[in-house]
Write a protein that binds this ligand. Structure first.
Ligand code: GDP
Ligand code: IMO
Ligand code: MG
Length: 429
């Protein structure tokens, strides 16, 4: 199987990093296609924790080519910081990192504009990660963005930066009364970044297509999740990129015929960071239990994650939007000891019952979950590596999800650590 996409099926933080790290063993190349350092992907090796924000989660395996595609927005200072942090922990980056020359950059004014906009929105704010992601994509679409290749050419960079700053500074002043940025200061900083990054910048699409043509396994790592997708998520409470599988082609420069499988990552319950509708949210003791036992605090911002039961209506939507060929179920161990597990199978909204995920946040806000109850299990599943080793009710929970979604579980994760994993079906050979 040459190209496999791993995408989040919920609101992000499903455990993509852990699974990508596992699958990367069999991959030649691991590539990120969208998002930016709003992502936080955790990999735990023995007792050492790595949180990756921009660099694909394959970097922890020696010799894997890790690609940051054109669809990603990059804050070069954060990329350099992440590289240095990995190097200081003994990870060999060497020539293993390739950044698309067409990737757009996050500039200081993006962060400033986002902070100002969020504070103006008050209670209606999105609850972003504050990383300037949305504003960088805004400039990309407005054709006023600055790309990785632009900062490699000082003359062209200064020209584009001057035009961008003229607009951004005026906006900051007129809308928010905040101070703008000085051309020479931003220029000098980004020129230093360019010097450091230039050996890693190139034609990523060409490299990926060559690898695929040679039959090499390419693992494609999504960030965020389907319900945060700009088109298919709970708009406007979403991120500004196509987090679902469709984004992989445009975000990497490869064709849809190159994709052989799409694995959705599903947490055994649901979490969400930031604002927006969440029908199965539990604002009670069970929600607190999931947050504390699951360590549900943002890997990027440290914010507490909102927690709730599994939502089959939302997952059905994710199966369709991504064309999922299979799924990986994570954090099964967190449900150990829960007497009764609830699962949402429909919504009650405006006097009717529906099994369709509503296309807008306002309708979703009015949806009440309709639950089915499944029996939990008392035994610990922590660290179990064989399907047969799971308690009968845990197996029933997995089979129930498979049956409802019409796709199979390829992997089941039973702990944070790299090796705490049940492999049902190998995706790469
Ligand atoms: P990602 O953004 O999808 O990569 O997920 P995050 O890294 O933000 O959040 C997932 C969290 O759950 C991390 O702290 C992981 O170490 C942890 N995790 C992943 N799989 C499991 C699992 O099966 N069991 C437990 N207990 N923790 C897990
Ligand atoms: P990973 O890859 C969970 C959320 C933010 C906010 C919304 C928009 O680790 O799963 P943004 O800064 O992107 O403009 O914020 O999206 N968000 C995430 N939630 N996991 C993530 O990434 C997220 N990246 C963004 O909390 O609600
Ligand atoms: Mg995360």
């Amino acid at each position: 199987m040459p190209a496999l996409i791993v995408a989040g099926a919920q609101w992000g933080d499903e455990g993509k990093g852990k699974l990508v790290d596992h699958l990367a063993r069999q991959a030649h190349t691991v590539a990120r296609y969208q998002g930016g350092h709003n992502a936080g992907h955790t990999v735990v090796i023995n007792n050492e924790k790595f949180i990756l924000h921009l660099i694909p989660s394959g970097i922890l395996h020696e010799g894997k080519l890790c690609v940051i595609g054109n669809g990603v927005v990059i804050d070069p200072a954060c990329l350099i910081e992440e590289m240095d942090a990995l190097i200081s922990r003994g990870v060999n980056i060497g020539d293993n990192l390739l950044v698309s020359e067409n990737a757009h950059l996050i500039m200081p004014y993006h962060m400033a504009l986002e902070a100002a906009s969020e504070s103006r929105m008050g209670s209606k704010k999105i609850g972003t990660t504050g990383r300037g992601i949305g504003l960088a994509y805004t400039d990309k679409m407005a054709r006023t963005g600055i790309r990785m290749k632009d900062i490699m050419d000082p003359g062209l960079f200064k020209e584009r930066l001057r035009a961008a700053l003229e607009k951004a500074n005026r906006l900051l002043d007129a809308l928010y009364g905040t101070q703008g940025f000085v051309l020479e200061e931003v220029f000098d900083k980004y020129t230093v970044y360019a010097e450091r990054l230039k050996k890693h910048v190139g034609n990523a699409g060409l490299v990926l297509n060559t690898a695929l043509r040679e039959g090499k396994n390419v693992l494609i790592e999504g960030a965020q999740g389907t319900l945060l997708d700009i088109d298919h998520g709970t708009y406007p409470y979403v991120t500004s990129s196509n987090a679902s599988a469709g984004g992989a082609c445009t975000g990497l420069g490869i064709g849809p015929t190159m994709i052989d499988g799409v694995m959705g990552v599903i947490k055994a319950y649901t979490t969400r960071v930031g604002n927006g509708p969440f029908p199965t949210e539990l604002e009670d003791k069970t929600g607190e239990f999931l947050r504390e036992k699951g360590g549900e605090y943002g890997a990027t911002t440290g914010r507490p994650r909102r927690c709730g039961w599994l939502d089959i209506v939302a997952l059905d939507h994710a199966v369709r939007v991504n064309g999922l060929s299979g799924f990986a179920l994570t954090k099964l161990d967190i449900l150990d000891g829960v007497d009764t597990i609830k699962v949402c199978t429909a919504y009650r909204v405006d006097g009717a019952v529906t099994r369709e995920f509503p296309p807008d946040a306002a309708t979703l806000e009015r949806c009440e979950p309709v639950y089915e109850e499944l029996k939990g299990w008392k035994e610990s599943t922590s660290g179990i590596k064989k399907l047969g080793g799971l308690p009968a009710n845990a197996r029933k929970y997995i089979e129930w999800i498979e049956d409802r979604l019409g796709i199979g579980a390829d992997m089941i994760s039973t702990g944070q650590r790299r090796d705490e994993l049940i492999i049902v079906k190998e995706n790469f050979h």
